[in-house]
Design a protein around this ligand. Structure first.
Ligand code: OSB
Ligand code: MG
Length: 368
């Protein structure tokens, strides 16, 4: 097989159908870095999932672009596509996991396209269809929120994640539970908006039969989460804290979480994601696939990952139309809260070249 001859970076700007509000801010547009890796006769695609601004984590689009162009892409140029280990080749560069994950995704896609293997099979996926849910942002008021939730339930989702922050939590969840009844699976995500002084307040969420509470405290605060987990009956799930398999092991040993959200970008790639899955599965800890408002490229990768057997809870993987008017791949569609895992070679999606061109705001070629 061929060596990597060129890495093409592209920034695509996709406006959201509805701006997405979380405790860390409002996102109006998805700026994705699309990574295209080229060998002599093969190409592969990846997506860098960081936000425009460094609010969810320290990574952001312009920073990821810089580290990809100056450090990460050069570290894989000239390496054999068949067996280059992107994580190992870029290990000297600290952090920048989302940038590394996007490059790894493109390399794996190119390699698997060349051998005709799907990402699902490569990772060890066991299911062709996976359960999916929807993440609903913070709304202007309860009426607007309930209207948005009704729309999602009509679309067939059976699991709804509600974003929370101080002032938009217990009363809001009470109103939603009263509105949807007991059959809808509800969970909440704070994106680190609370502090240790808020634990008594958070315990009040135990009233509402939630599937889990996601990342109430800052990413570093494993002991705070362990303290909260002892005081709540609702399971604690970590998102921002989980940056590697090693951290996952510590979090589980400390009983800081009993459920783990896995996002390939946050942990540095699909292969590290699989290690976290394997670790959690060995300990009977449920995992689920988080979302970063991905384009169809990242969505395809998430579906492949979510087909592994330990992903027993629905992923944050919704229909493309909920995010974008026009995606850069054919749209993914959920039916009755389930979504099909791509079966074609590599990620199993074809990039829509005209949609890609139309959305492209910046390009750079990195070659030797
Ligand atoms: O915390 O899970 C999160 C989106 C951007 C950044 C962080 C998060 C989210 C979501 C959206 O909740 C999930 C999706 O892609 O639908
Ligand atoms: Mg989250």
């Amino acid at each position: 097989m061929t060596t990597i001859t060129n890495v093409e970076l592209r920034r695509v700007d996709l406006p959201f159908v509805t701006p997405f509000r979380t405790s860390f801010g409002v996102q109006h547009v998805r700026q994705a870095i699309v990574v295209r890796v080229l060998g002599d006769d093969v190409e592969g695609w990846g997506e860098v999932v960081c936000g425009v601004d460094p609010l969810y984590s320290s990574e952001y689009v312009d920073g990821a672009w810089d580290v990809l162009a100056r450090y990460l892409a050069p570290a894989v140029l000239g390496r054999p596509l068949r067996d280059v280990d992107v994580a190992a080749a870029t290990a000297a560069i600290q952090g920048h996991r989302m940038a590394k994950a996007g490059l790894e995704m493109a390399v794996l896609d190119a390699r698997l396209r060349a051998t005709g293997t799907s990402m699902k099979d490569h990772l060890g996926g066991t299911r062709d269809v996976v359960p999916v849910g929807v993440s609903v942002g913070i709304a202007d008021d309860h009426a607007q929120l309930l209207e948005r939730i009704d729309q999602r339930l009509e679309e067939g989702y059976g699991r709804v994640k509600l974003k929370i922050e101080p002032g938009w939590d217990v009363d809001m969840v009470a109103a939603v539970r009263a509105h949807v009844g007991d059959d809808v699976a509800l969970q909440v995500d704070a994106n680190t908006a609370y502090r240790r002084s808020d634990l008594d307040h958070l315990v009040a969420l135990d009233e509402f039969g939630l599937v889990l509470v996601e990342q109430p405290l800052p990413a570093h605060d494993l002991l705070g989460h362990a303290d909260l987990a002892r005081r709540m009956t609702t399971p604690i799930c970590l998102d921002e804290s989980i940056t590697s398999a090693a951290v996952t092991r510590d979090a589980l040993d400390l009983a800081a979480a009993s459920i783990v959200n896995i996002k390939p970008g946050r942990v540095g790639g699909l292969l590290e994601s699989r290690r976290i899955h394997d670790l959690c599965r060995a300990r009977d800890v449920p995992v689920w696939c988080g979302g970063m408002l991905e384009t169809g490229i990242g969505r395809a990768a998430n579906l492949a990952l979510a087909s592994l057997p330990g992903f027993t809870l629905p992923g944050d993987i919704s229909s493309s139309a909920r995010y974008f008017h026009q995606d850069i791949t054919p749209p993914f569609v959920a039916h009755d809260g389930m979504m099909a895992v791509p079966t074609g070679a590599g990620l199993g999606v074809e990039v829509d070249r005209s949609a890609l061109e139309a959305a492209t705001a910046r390009t750079e070629q990195v070659s030797r």
